[in-house]
Design a protein around this ligand. Structure first.
Ligand code: G6P
Length: 619
């Protein structure tokens, strides 16, 4: 949420920062801005709106020369999107500029004190208060004759000691031209190491075009960057641990290529991303799965008698699919919690409860808080995570990476299928440790191996789905129904549609629909119903009939070869037959494509849907 980029080196900073911000725009796109140190002055350009419509034309008109700078792309928390609320923000003297991700919770109280001391504020943001505090500390240290150089890191540290909340920040000062100071608590910040140049960013994608050598900062770290050096201290009493890592994807992975949108590219990547999630993890001899990073012994895993899954958004839907799979394969009770609810509850967790967090970004604030809360209570926490080196990946006791590559489209697609794949592998592994017969294990292994090719086949439906989208794109409401393991598919299909097309869409358990939503059904509101062959097929068909009897147009998502369903539904989308547990991996693909094409037909900005952000690092 919000993106930060900083550059210090020998090249012009503004174009590098602008390019980095474009790559981070999925984190927030209300407004954007850049400050550079030009000679002994700070120069800032910032503007409301997406980068292409605001900041970029502004920079073309008024370029920003200078070799040191910071930039920001915003998802508004305090103060609506406007030129004045855009970052960077300056201190009282105009000689320090600061960008910030996160929320300063005590900003109101701090602001009142500063106003009483004569400070004048140009914005409604919490960030400007932090900029003023840094400026105040800088002046105070100077007045006190502090000889440390640069002085900015000390001023930033002193200011941060006064704030409550979360932050990832970058700051520059006109009086110390070759220096950027960064700090984090709760919001990610990564240092990129170049030759004669260094970078700072909230996300590796912003700098992968320049360097793949990075240092992931920890909470309370404060970093000082110059063109040839970097130095990390820790605001708490701990010594800063610095480890240089390698970004595992290349710049081409973070590019759209020939696809019109990242979302479409990522939908079409799924045969490969599922293959990557499976790679090296299937054990044919033992008919099970294997993992390198669980960091738990077989005895500890065998002793697990309950699993609590905590996640948000699409990852939460993947968790619901995982609940069905793990309960079925391993006979372990599973509960799936919204991370934002779990962290404030006091659910009884006994010592054999395993907590699983699921997150694409590894930075979602509520999921991170759930992980910390569970660990504080002494539970092992495993993370299913996509972004290597993310905060959650580093703080969990162990976990499984998705290896899906960067997901840029705000509406999550490939991460969902990778999460479900990994959950199926985990369920298989736990099942084989406990109760699952080798013959059933072998069936699961075989079914999983077939999935990538089956997904390739489902993607062939693209043109048919585009035509279907044209038929229904103007509708105001949509319903999505599914039973058991396909109920989360209905939820996820509805979520995709509402996120990117702004059509009201509801996902419901197909039979539960009779207890409320059926009152809303009419000939204007299409209903997508998931009716694969297998468990509860006939019952789902009855639900389809009930919907159709209300005149509602029905789109059935069915198994290939099921001609019967075609006599009952207005439209049918067929996917290959697969065991019940694997259907969500195939069934979700047509629903992703349906949402995509409807959104495009409605003229929506698919990759940057209004009000949303990719990585939600505020609570
Ligand atoms: C945001 C994104 C969703 C995502 C959710 C959880 O709401 O827009 O696409 O599913 O966060 O994100 P995570 O990175 O934790 O999976």
């Amino acid at each position: 949420m919000c993106g930060i980029v900083g550059y210090v080196g020998r090249q012009q900073a503004a174009p590098i920062i602008l390019e980095g911000l474009r790559r981070l725009e999925y984190r927030g796109y209300d407004s954007a801005g850049i400050s550079v140190v030009a000679g002994d002055r700070l120069e800032t350009r910032k503007r409301k709106g997406k980068i292409g419509e605001g900041l970029s034309p502004l920079l073309a008109e008024l370029p920003l020369p200078g070799e040191v700078g910071i930039g920001h792309t915003r998802w508004a928390t305090h103060g609506p999107p406007s030129d004045s609320n855009s970052h960077p923000h300056a201190d009282q003297t105009g000689r320090i500029a600061l960008v910030h991700n996160g929320v300063i919770e005590n900003y109101d109280r701090l602001k009142q004190k500063l106003v009483q001391a004569g400070h004048v504020f140009a914005s409604a943001t919490d960030t400007e208060v932090l900029a003023h505090l840094v400026g105040l500390e800088y002046e105070r240290l100077k007045q006190a004759g502090d000889t440390a150089r640069p002085l900015l890191p000390k001023a930033v540290e002193a200011a941060l000691r006064e704030v409550i909340g979360t932050y990832g920040i970058a700051a520059i000062c006109a009086e110390e031209p070759g220096v950027i100071v960064g700090a984090r608590r709760g919001s990610p910040l990564i240092v990129g190491l170049g030759a004669g140049e260094n970078f700072l960013a909230s996300d590796a994608t912003a700098m992968v075009a320049h360097t793949r050598q990075v240092v992931y900062l920890n909470d309370y770290d404060v970093v000082t960057l110059t063109q040839d050096n970097f130095h990390v201290t820790n605001l708490g009493s701990q010594t800063a641990k610095v480890q240089i890592s390698q970004i595992e994807f290349g710049v081409e992975d973070a590019e759209r290529g020939a696809f019109p949108h990242y979302m479409l590219k990522e939908i079409f990547e799924q045969p490969v991303t599922i293959e990557n999630a499976l790679r090296g993890r299937l054990d044919h001899d033992e008919a099970t799965a294997k993992f390198g990073g669980l960091n738990m012994t077989a005895a500890e895993l065998r002793a697990v008698d309950r699993i609590v899954i905590a996640a948000c958004g699409t990852s939460w839907h993947a968790g619901l699919v995982g609940e069905h799979i793990i309960e079925d394969f391993a006979h372990i009770p599973v509960e799936v919690e919204y991370a934002s609810e779990f962290r404030y509850r006091n659910p009884p967790l006994d010592k054999h409860t395993l907590v699983l967090v699921i997150t694409q970004s590894g930075e979602t604030a509520d999921t991170l808080a759930a992980l910390r809360e569970a660990r504080r209570r002494g539970h092992k926490v495993l993370a299913l995570c996509n972004v290597v080196g993310s905060t959650i990946a580093r703080e969990a006791d162990g976990g499984i990476y998705l290896h899906a590559g960067p997901e840029i489209g705000v509406a999550s697609t490939k991460a969902f299928t990778s999460q479900v794949t990994v959950l199926a592998l985990f369920g298989l592994f736990m099942g084989r440790l406990r109760v699952m017969a080798p013959s059933r294990g072998a069936t699961v292994v075989n079914a999983l191996e077939r999935i990538p090719d089956q997904v390739r086949a489902v993607l062939q439906l693209n043109d048919e789905i585009r035509r279907l989208a044209a038929k229904y794109a103007s509708r105001r409401d949509f319903y999505f129904l599914g039973r058991q393991i396909n109920f989360p598919v209905a939820l996820e299909g509805a979520l995709k549609l509402k996120e990117i097309s702004y059509i009201h869409a509801e996902g419901y358990p197909a039979a539960e629909m009779k207890h409320g939503p059926i009152a809303l059904m009419d000939p204007e509101s299409p209903c997508v119903i998931v009716v694969p062959k297998g468990f509860l097929y006939e019952k789902s068909l009855s639900n389809l009939e009930e919907v159709r009897a209300r005149g509602t147009p029905v789109i059935a998502l069915a198994s290939e070869g099921d001609r019967h369903v075609a006599t009952k539904a207005n439209d049918v989308l067929y996917v290959p037959e697969t065991p019940d547990f694997a259907f969500p991996l195939l069934g979700i693909i047509p629903l992703q494509l349906l949402a995509y094409h409807i959104a495009v037909l409605r003229g929506c900005d698919v990759d940057k849907p209004r009000n949303l952000a990719k990585s939600v690092t505020v609570e």
